[in-house]
Write a protein that binds this ligand. Sequence first.
Ligand SMILES: C[S@@+](CC[C@H](N)C(=O)[O-])C[C@H]1O[C@@H](n2cnc3c(N)ncnc32)[C@H](O)[C@@H]1O
Length: 252
Amino acid sequence: MVRQFLRKKAKIARGLWNTYFVKRGEIRDGRERWDELHYVHGVSDRQTLAADKHLIAAKYHYNSVELKILRHLREYGIETQGSVVLDIGSGAGHWIDFYKSLGSASTIGVDVSRLSTEYLRNKYKDHSDVTILHGKASEILAGLDAKFNIVSAIGVMFHIVDDVEWIATIKMIARSLQPKGLLIVGGHFGCFDGLNVKFDPDGGVNKRLRSKSRWSRVLKEAEFSEIRVYRNQAYLWIDDVLPENHLLMATR
Ligand SMILES: C[S@@+](CC[C@H](N)C(=O)[O-])C[C@H]1O[C@@H](n2cnc3c(N)ncnc32)[C@H](O)[C@@H]1O
């Protein structure tokens, strides 16, 4: 537990160092990185975390995130039966399956990775309620007319490293939600803002963590309310590296 705690703190400390002192981490488009670095040996839940992530650690991560979402849905009486869902950064489709298991009527899944999109199109080829779109969230949202009850963006918003694109994406998500629609984001939401914590081999920044207060400010500007953050401490109890997986919920 202490080791895991220190490991996470060290990551934040490195992020502070990289961002504020050595100013490391170039903002790049990064469109190809998922296919070149992550999904080289296939697409699965496990491989959305890292190419060599252990199956049990991955399952543990997903279960811990599911618990937080279920708690929020139950506590605030949010009806998922018949809901229309947009899943951003669908990866191997874990969250598409999750909302389907909660009775969603239809889902649009979006991913920038060509390999993920091909995998998902094949996985859901017999599911008329699931549509998979290939592209960056910002590009897809710009052309979407549909209105959603739930927009889910787990483990993806911190990969939108360009701040302008990140804000534009949040504003477009707001416009794509029905009144009282729910945004679910998996990420970090700490006290330091804009921390570059992960890099591609070519030096491009791959993960940028925004603070809770920055998230709240941008969400309020986009007319979200009832913003809640759930801290996920599950990482403390497993001897493996899990991604940032706190949960943020906001209502349109
Ligand atoms: C860490 S994985 C998480 C996958 C999935 N949400 C999950 O939790 O299982 C991030 C996924 O988001 C996709 N992605 C990254 N940036 C994106 C963007 N700007 N728009 C859409 N998808 C993106 C990646 O290709 C990858 O499949």
